[in-house]
Ligand binder design. Structure first.
Ligand code: PLP
Length: 374
């Protein structure tokens, strides 16, 4: 084989799928600044600021708020391996792909996952959760996905957590696609453990997972009967590195430049304000919706359960899903998402996340779709 190796220069795509989203150029700029040591006092200061900005984004006072040095899936794993021990019962609400991953995490921790199933494309039925809580008074936690990226459904995190708390359960929330895109209030909503991702509504590069644990969750971790089976994700050990003060124990080498990027993305969110970011996502969703409906495309999810940042529309009959997405990518440098599972070939998922939730992207998407559908 006479393979020629050379530097990689990707094209400038417009990313309107389920993630990663378009990265703000300010963040790419931050990423390329000089690497410094991960125990350099200046970097330690940056870690502290990043934690504070994450507390702002999550709306929490939780001391244990930090980014896990790996993508959203690792944040998910961090939450489950720390909180679930063999024999524990966890109620998992599933109405899409990511609830299914929560189930697998519980089972791999040796726990029992009790499922509350709802149709993909509909929201979790709170009455079903209440019946399940009554049938399983020994449940330790309730877990669900706030923004189900696989379908574009918003689950009512505030109401689900309030109910779980009435039954004295810990609350575990997947906020990978919700953070920065729709309202989220960790302390007010009594969320005990939450994980997110950098590559959705924070518009940062993929590869980090902000997490936050309440005092109650930390108490549960401290009282474990068995050590956490994952060394890397053991929060007790990670806390020694990301904890308060200057006496930091080496745990792993933080992805220094990626932290610059996350810090910059949170700074941008802070400048806009949470309400401003949520309002912008909602406004762009309405504009995109008008454009798509004008093309004759129908939304699948009921209006009150729709996520502004992930728009799932039915593919009109007679239209070749892969051919259209291929043309968008090759001729327009535009990426939109395919359907997953039973929805494969039937829907498109159009993301309006973070920096990509803009008038420019809305217009580009509607105009490009108009041309390829003609
Ligand atoms: C994208 C996503 C994840 C996984 O995040 P990765 O960064 O791809 O590991 C988990 N949950 C939800 C709801 C997501 O949208």
């Amino acid at each position: 084989m006479n393979q020629k190796f050379q530097s990689f220069f990707p094209p400038h795509r417009t990313l309107m799928g389920p993630g990663p989203s378009d990265v703000n150029p300010r963040i790419l700029d931050a990423l390329s600044r000089p690497t410094i040591g991960h125990l350099d006092p200046l970097f330690v200061d940056l870690m502290d600021q990043t934690k504070q900005l994450l507390q702002f984004a999550f709306q929490t006072q939780n001391a244990l708020t930090m980014p896990v040095s790996a993508p959203g899936s690792a944040g998910m794993e961090a939450v489950f391996v720390n909180l679930v021990e063999p024999g524990d019962k966890v109620i998992v609400c599933q109405n899409g792909v990511f609830g299914g991953r929560m189930q697998q995490n519980v089972q791999r921790c040796g726990g029992q996952a009790v499922m509350v199933q709802d149709e993909w494309g509909t929201a979790t039925d709170i009455n079903k959760l209440e019946q399940t809580l009554k049938m399983h008074p020994d449940a330790k936690a309730v877990a669900f996905v706030h923004a189900e990226t696989s379908t574009g459904v918003r689950n009512d995190a505030k109401a689900l957590c309030a109910l779980a708390k009435q039954y004295e359960c810990l609350t575990i929330v997947d906020a990978v696609t919700s953070l920065g895109g729709i309202e989220l209030a960790v302390d007010d909503w009594q969320i005990d453990a939450i994980y997110s991702g950098t590559q959705k509504c924070l518009s940062c590069v993929p590869g980090l997972s902000p997490v936050s644990f309440s005092q109650q969750a930390i108490d549960v971790i401290k009282q474990r009967r068995s050590p956490v089976q994952s060394w890397f994700l053991d929060m007790d050990l990670v806390m020694g590195y990301w904890g308060q003060g200057t006496k930091r124990a080496y745990h792993h080498t933080a992805p220094v430049n990626s932290i610059y990027a996350l810090h910059e993305s949170l700074l941008i969110l802070h400048e806009e304000g949470l309400q401003g970011a949520w309002d912008r996502h909602a406004a762009m969703h309405l504009k995109l919706r008008a454009g798509l409906e004008h093309l004759g495309l129908e939304f699948v999810v009921k209006e009150q359960d729709r996520l502004p940042q992930l728009n799932m529309v039915r593919i009109p009959s007679g239209i070749d899903d892969a051919a259209i997405r291929g043309r968008l990518l090759n001729e327009f440098n535009l990426e939109i998402g395919a359907g997953l599972g039973a929805l494969a070939g039937k829907v498109w998922r159009i993301g309006l996340m973070g920096y990509g939730a803009s008038q420019k992207n809305v217009d580009y998407c509607v105009n490009s779709l108009r041309q390829v559908l003609m």
